[in-house]
Design a protein around this ligand. Structure first.
Ligand code: UDX
Length: 437
């Protein structure tokens, strides 16, 4: 087992730090944000991730997990330094590496012994080479380090599970010693299966972008199939089931919806597209996935405007689900942002409810009404729109809702409501790509 410092305590850094301490390593999670570190040391977790708080408590109590803002001494006492800071999208679509290079500066100022420097943040292909060159230029050959690319494949809402039971762990390095050290910190994964795959640094960086881009393309594809299903009278639910039975396709990520959001897919696709343009390599599939997603977000507002008799103007709309998907508190690039903008621009009014993210959305829209439960949110509204697939939305009391709404329009953008029940209750409803009952 090793002494590890993780720089950055966001979704990726915190889950990685907790996961590696769970594997038996001694891990210090560091951040420049002192209040974040204070909260973590007080047992407060800044993000919503099922299972994370329990694991933090367990590993802090076992003295394997620590939180500190003293980056210098943490680096000095660690053998493995993992960069897990944000790489936000810059204006031209490429990834902004400011925080990565700030972290690298902290590392290079504290290289008091051999270290494995690991980038877990999603970085453009070729960044590893730049990091190695920058360090070698500064120290020539009188420092001892090796570099590793170790991208993450964590989904928000299931990040702990995805870390502890990964499909694969990619170790991008051309150095045997560094590879062995990385195998050592992930050793418990050998117990069930050995998901560790070695690759060259650039290959490892490409694996991350290619994986995310393909998943996003798959979502844009099923969304467009759903849209065509609506016009030709096919049912996308049955199409997806039949497609998914083909092992080459798999049934995962074939759920049509309001368009993908989150802090990864949108920015990763733009970053890869930006890189492909730099290299004058055409990537039509990438452009198509991005454009189809933008169209899907716009389409939701248009569907609602057509569904509600007389259009949205002057109507009160309840939106259930504010985040980019269920089981998270993250509203970044959420399709609900586009929908709220559309409703307000059309002269409609919004009642909003999310099980955990009302506050997050209120930072973007402070001129809509937020409720702390579904049934208050839908009281006296003309239409109800479901935007995320929280389980509590799957089990709505439609009879109670019908009596409480002023009108009877329902738009289910996640296809989670029972159409037979909607019809029986007298709702005028729409969804994505289904044959109506
Ligand atoms: C994604 C990747 O899945 C993960 O491997 C990577 O490390 C980070 O980016 P995340 O963005 O957290 O994870 O969530 P994910 O579950 O992939 O969903 C992304 C978006 O796609 C959400 O808006 C979700 O609603 C949407 N989606 C997902 C669909 O619309 N249909 C699907 O079938 C699956």
């Amino acid at each position: 087992m090793k002494n590890i410092t993780i720089i950055g305590t966001g979704y990726v850094g915190l889950v990685t730090g907790v996961g590696l301490s769970e594997f038996g390593n001694k891990v210090i999670c560091v951040d420049i944000n002192q209040s974040k570190i204070n909260d973590l040391n007080a047992g407060k977790v800044p993000i919503y991730e099922p299972g994370l708080l329990d694991l933090i408590r367990k590993n802090v109590n076992s003295e394997r997990l620590f939180f500190s803002s003293d980056i210098a001494s943490s680096i000095k006492e660690s053998e493995v330094i993992i960069i897990a800071v944000g790489t936000p999208q810059s204006k031209n679509g490429s990834a902004d590496l400011k925080y990565v290079f700030d972290a690298l500066d902290s590392i290079s100022e504290n290289l008091n012994s051999y270290k494995v420097i690991v980038t877990k943040s999603t970085v453009p292909i070729g960044t590893g080479e730049k990091i190695i060159t920058k360090l070698k230029k500064k120290y020539e050959d009188n420092i001892d380090f090796d570099y590793v690319s170790n991208p993450e494949f964590l989904r928000e809402g299931s990040a702990v599970k995805d870390f502890l039971w990964p499909d694969r762990v990619i170790i991008g390095t051309n150095n045997e010693k560094a590879l062995q050290i990385m195998r050592d910190i992930y050793r418990p994964l050998y117990i069930n299966k050995n998901p560790i795959q070695r690759a060259a640094v650039e290959t490892s960086e490409m694996i991350k972008y290619a994986s995310n881009s393909f998943l996003a393309l798959k979502i844009s594809f099923i969304n467009e199939i759903a849209n065509l299903c609506e016009s030709v009278g096919a049912d996308v639910h049955d199409v997806a089931i039949a497609m998914g039975k083909d092992g080459r396709i798999s049934d995962k990520f074939l759920h049509p919806g309001p368009g993908f959001g989150g802090s990864c897919f949108p920015k990763d696709l733009e970053a890869l597209l930006s890189l492909s343009k730099e290299h004058s390599v055409t990537m039509e599939t990438l452009q198509a996935a991005i454009k189809a997603n933008r169209n899907q977000k716009e389409r939701i507002g248009e569907k609602l405007d057509r569904l509600v008799s007389g259009g949205i103007k002057g109507k009160k709309i309840a939106i259930l689900g504010l985040t980019f998907k269920a089981n998270t508190d993250d509203v970044r690039e959420s399709s609900t942002i586009d929908l709220i903008k559309f409703i307000l621009n059309q002269g409609g009014f919004v009642n909003a409810y999310d099980p955990i993210a009302n506050e997050s959305m209120a930072k973007i829209f402070n001129d809509i009404h937020y409720f702390d439960n579904v049934y208050d949110a839908i009281c006296e509204v003309d239409a109800l729109v479901i935007m995320t697939e929280w389980n509590e939305f799957r089990a709505l009391d439609l009879n109670r809702i019908k009596k409480s709404m002023r009108n009877n329009y329902v738009l289910d953008t996640r296809n989670i409501l029972n159409m037979k029940e909607l019809s029986e209750q007298g709702f005028v409803y729409d969804n994505i790509g289904r044959i109506k009952i």
